[in-house]
Design a protein around this ligand. Structure first.
Ligand code: ACO
Length: 333
């Protein structure tokens, strides 16, 4: 008998209320609306309220995904949250989320995945393995970020790019020969380029050892934009080709490419590299900015809810992020 297959039975997303336009940014750093939109395609991004944490964004998105799936929180037997901006160092944001959506009754395992902008596709791939192995039957996978909290608002090369948000999917185990579901996933990492894209401080590195624990050196996003651009296009192109080849399909079979929404020029260059027309690429970066791990599930949910994604279509998810990490997933909807 075939191993079970993971099928997405509900999607959901959430954006904080506060909008920050490019004009708003011009009041903070030396930039122009025209520079930001022409270089990145971003027109506005959302910023979480002061009392809103990553788990709050994740909880809103998760409730919407559960509702769309017709799934009660206690039915979940695994929760994975992809984030680089967790509420706390520990416990995992996934456990805080479990409590917020009242799913704790089932005592299902809950953990975070940190692969920056690739986080959601990594988490989806892990959930897929849990379902294929028979370990899990109903899984919540979330990508959620409050990335604006780790930005240096004096650095115009980075603060213009990112936004906050969350996206979620509910996966269900279906028969292995079911035509719908996750057909395949691919994951890669290459730690040679850590310095090109990182947060400059943290716990083990950012704080001195000893007793001065009040020392704050958590750091900010630091990026070599030009290099990241080139690496992102190369890796996203290569992993798209890798998964298509492995599944014996061509780019012509793909109905929708849903790439990580880094910026419009990266998406256009990736689309060109794999030869898919832009009309078949879901782009939300104009109104979301780069929401890191939340970007793919946010774009997915938008395209599901506005009716672009239809049953039977072939969907390719493709992401790249700090590490570097990159991953793809091929889904028959
Ligand atoms: N406003 C006005 N001018 C700016 C700004 C700004 N916000 N930021 C940089 N500039 C200036 C620079 O100072 C530079 O000026 P100079 O020529 O006088 O030195 C000039 O604009 C050109 O700078 P570049 O860095 O060469 O600009 P580039 O065309 O490469 O665009 C950008 C920068 C948008 C960051 C681009 O490199 C990029 O898209 N990189 C990809 C990075 C990315 O999206 N990262 C997201 C995280 S990674 C991920 O999600 C995959």
């Amino acid at each position: 008998m075939n191993a079970p297959r993971a099928r997405i039975i509900g999607t959901g997303s959430y954006l904080p209320e506060k909008r920050m336009t490019n004009d708003d940014l011009c009041k903070i750093v030396d930039t122009s609306s025209e520079w930001i939109s022409s270089r990145t395609g971003i027109l506005e991004r959302r910023v979480a309220a002061e009392d809103e944490m990553t788990s709050d964004l994740a909880a809103h998105a998760s409730r919407r995904a559960l509702e769309a799936a017709g799934c009660a929180p206690e039915e979940l037997d695994l929760i994975i949250c992809a984030t680089s901006t967790p509420d706390l160092v520990f416990p995992a944001t996934a456990t805080i989320l479990q409590r917020k959506i009242e799913a704790q009754g089932a005592k299902a395992p809950a953990f975070d995945i940190q692969a920056v902008c690739t986080g959601f596709v990594y988490a989806l791939s892990i959930a897929d393995q849990f379902i294929r192995s028979g370990m899990s039957k109903k899984v919540l996978v979330v990508g959620a970020e409050t990335f604006t909290r780790i930005l240096d608002w004096e650095d115009r090369t980075t603060c213009i790019l990112f936004g906050d948000g969350a996206g979620a999917v509910v996966l269900e185990a279906v028969a292995g020969d079911s035509p719908q579901g996750i057909l395949s996933t691919r994951m890669h990492a290459d730690g040679s380029h850590v310095e090109l894209l990182r947060v400059t401080g943290g716990i083990s590195r950012g704080r001195p050892s000893g007793f001065d624990v009040r020392h704050e050196a958590l750091g900010f996003v630091d990026m070599h934009g030009n290099e990241v651009f080139k690496q992102a296009v190369k890796a996203m192109g290569a992993i798209a080709e890798e998964i298509l080849l492995a599944n014996n399909v061509t780019v012509d079979d793909i109905d929708w490419l849903i790439p990580h929404q880094a910026n419009r020029r990266i998406l256009q260059a990736t689309a060109k590299r794999i030869n898919i027309p832009e009309e078949r690429v879901v782009m939300t970066v104009d109104h979301h900015g780069n929401t890191s791990a939340a970007s793919v599930p946010l774009a997915l949910d938008e395209a599901v809810r506005d009716g672009r994604i239809k049953p039977g279509q072939l969907i390719l998810l493709d992401a790249f992020g700090g590490g570097f990490t990159w991953a793809s997933a091929l889904i028959r909807w």
